[in-house]
Design a protein around this ligand. Structure first.
Ligand SMILES: C[S@@+](CC[C@H](N)C(=O)[O-])C[C@H]1O[C@@H](n2cnc3c(N)ncnc32)[C@H](O)[C@@H]1O
Length: 264
């Protein structure tokens, strides 16, 4: 996977994760839109780009056998390890690593989960190759992707303009923007869209407008084409939830076609 300058990206996420601490119940509600405890029980799970590891804690509560949380941001993993202790979630192993460079083990995981990460990749093919290689043949992946939409186009325009702003002003500008921009965001995302998900609007603006990389947008067809005939990708049709809006992003469940060797 080809991410931009990884140092830039990791320090960006070190900063963006600083005040991120959503209630666990909220994360459970988000995950329950597409995963059930039965899917997780006794399974080996990878959370690729786990952030502060809230999903890993839920997977632990749902009885996963082994959980690996991997993230490029050392400060997020530090927070994740504190939460791990708090919840006595001994079956979680956290790794600070860049998905771009880390060689994941072959066919190790029953489930690979990756939320909020794919769009920082510049090369979705490499991103998907790396993750599909690490899932067992009878396992599956759940990954979210960002669509090309009015919101993502507008965000990118603003991000490009803001690139000229010195780093030291980014946080304060996010604060000001969140104060002014919150009503606008609500208008764009609709009444149903919850903005919290543990994120403050300041953090939301910071992540969107000051990201060192442009959001990589894609379509379901493009992902299917990248995966090729060996895989099936199903849209999980996740409704407006947390920061997710079906207008701007989609979740896919990806499975390997097991009948590939059957000939007519
Ligand atoms: C928007 S956050 C999502 C965090 C978490 N998955 C969640 O749902 O709360 C994106 C995460 O992806 C991580 N990330 C981005 N690029 C990465 C890379 N190349 N390798 C590993 N982690 C990466 C960031 O550090 C950050 O924690």
């Amino acid at each position: 996977m080809s991410f931009n300058d990884d140092k830039n990206l990791s320090s960006f996420f070190d900063k963006s994760g600083q005040n991120y601490n959503p209630p666990l119940e909220e994360m459970k509600e988000l995950l329950s839109a597409y995963l059930t405890p039965e899917m997780i029980k006794d399974k080996t799970v990878l959370d690729a780009g786990c952030g502060i590891g809230l999903s890993c804690i839920i997977f632990n509560l749902w009885g996963a056998k082994e959980i690996v949380g991997l993230d490029i941001s050392p400060e997020s993993i530090q927070k994740a390890n504190i939460l791990k202790k708090e919840y006595k979630a001994d079956d979680i192993e956290y790794i600070v690593a860049d998905l771009d460079k880390f060689d994941l083990p072959n066919k190790k995981f029953d489930l690979i989960f990756s939320r909020g990460v794919s769009f920082y990749s510049l090369d979705l093919k490499k991103f998907l190759d790396g993750l599909t290689k690490a899932v067992k043949d009878d396992g599956f992946l759940v990954i979210d992707f960002v669509r090309n939409s009015q919101v993502t186009r507008m965000t990118e325009r603003i991000r490009r303009i803001f690139k000229i702003i010195p780093k030291k002003y980014e946080r304060i500008l996010s604060k000001i923007l969140s104060f002014i921009g919150f009503p606008i965001i609500k208008l764009i995302l609709g009444k149903k869209a919850k903005l919290n998900n543990g994120k403050t609007t300041e953090q939301l603006f910071y992540e969107h407008f000051f990201s060192p990389v442009a959001m990589k947008t894609t379509t379901i067809d493009e992902i299917k084409q990248i995966l090729g005939p060996d895989y099936t990708a199903v849209d999980l049709n996740v409704p407006n939830l947390g920061l997710h809006s079906p207008k701007t992003s989609f979740y896919l469940k990806i499975t390997k076609n097991l009948n590939e060797n059957i000939t007519n």
